[in-house]
Design a protein. Structure first.
Length: 243
């Protein structure tokens, strides 16, 4: 977060003050002296971003990483993106190259028989950057018992997922339930397929491409999960105990 001067308008009056804004920077990831990818992201939890991005995109595996300013140097087998690519905060699957379509199948007996609205409320209560700026997305990892394990925030919703996946990988945590502060798009489902996350719950809607990929790969989606009438796509038993 950064403080910047603004004018606050109230009625016909304006008052100068400093406001906290969500920070957005170009983050460059380098391997063996070559740029692998450039992303617009919030410059927090950058080690998690580096590890998680390559795993979630199916572009390799980071063995070690070092952060210096807004550049991350990684070691491992990674596949670089075309040099013209700059992944903006609104872009999850933007590239002039080929999009890697996942074709795995999620085989999991994980269930999440917990209050969905309370789960998302728990996530929101921990969104410190959002509470201060109103300008960040969040993703969180829960276990099957409803415990919040990891939460990450970023100006880009796909970056939050990469950061959660990276943090879980670095801490050897099972990835069971992903919660999102926004909608569920194709690129989020694709990331979850690649790392084996069986359940995604979200505050927002589910896109048609996300629905199709989830059905194809065996992921369960819950859209509008904080509402009175959540929409479940996929294996209902994972969300409701019908026994």
């Amino acid at each position: 977060m950064v403080k910047r001067p603004i004018h606050r308008i109230s009625g016909l009056l304006s008052t100068p003050e400093l406001d906290e804004l969500a920070e957005e920077s170009i983050i460059t990831i380098v391997n063996k002296g070559e740029i692998q990818v450039r992303l617009l992201a919030t410059p927090n939890d950058l080690l998690d971003l580096a590890y998680g991005h390559f795993l979630a995109e199916g572009r390799g595996n980071v063995l070690s990483a070092d952060v210096e300013g807004q550049e991350i140097t990684v070691e491992g087998e990674t596949q670089k993106r075309p040099s013209e690519d700059l992944l903006t905060a609104a872009c999850g699957a933007c590239t002039i190259g080929d999009i890697i379509v996942p074709d795995g199948q999620i085989e999991s007996d994980v269930t999440f028989h917990h209050d969905l609205k309370m789960t998302l409320a728990k996530m929101k209560s921990e969104q410190i950057m959002f509470h201060k700026t109103g300008g960040t997305h969040a993703a969180a990892l829960f276990d099957g018992q409803g415990n919040l394990l990891i939460l990450r925030e970023d100006v880009g919703r796909h970056n939050t997922v990469d950061k959660v996946i990276g943090a879980a990988h670095r801490n050897s945590l099972e990835m069971s339930v992903l919660a999102l502060s926004g909608r569920i798009g194709w690129e989020i489902v694709a990331k979850c397929v690649r790392v084996g996350i069986p359940i995604i719950i979200a505050v927002g809607a589910v896109s048609s491409a996300a629905e199709a990929l989830a059905r194809q790969t065996g992921i369960t989606l819950v859209g509008f999960a904080a509402s009175k009438n959540p929409a479940v796509i996929g294996d209902l038993h994972r969300i409701i105990d019908k026994c």
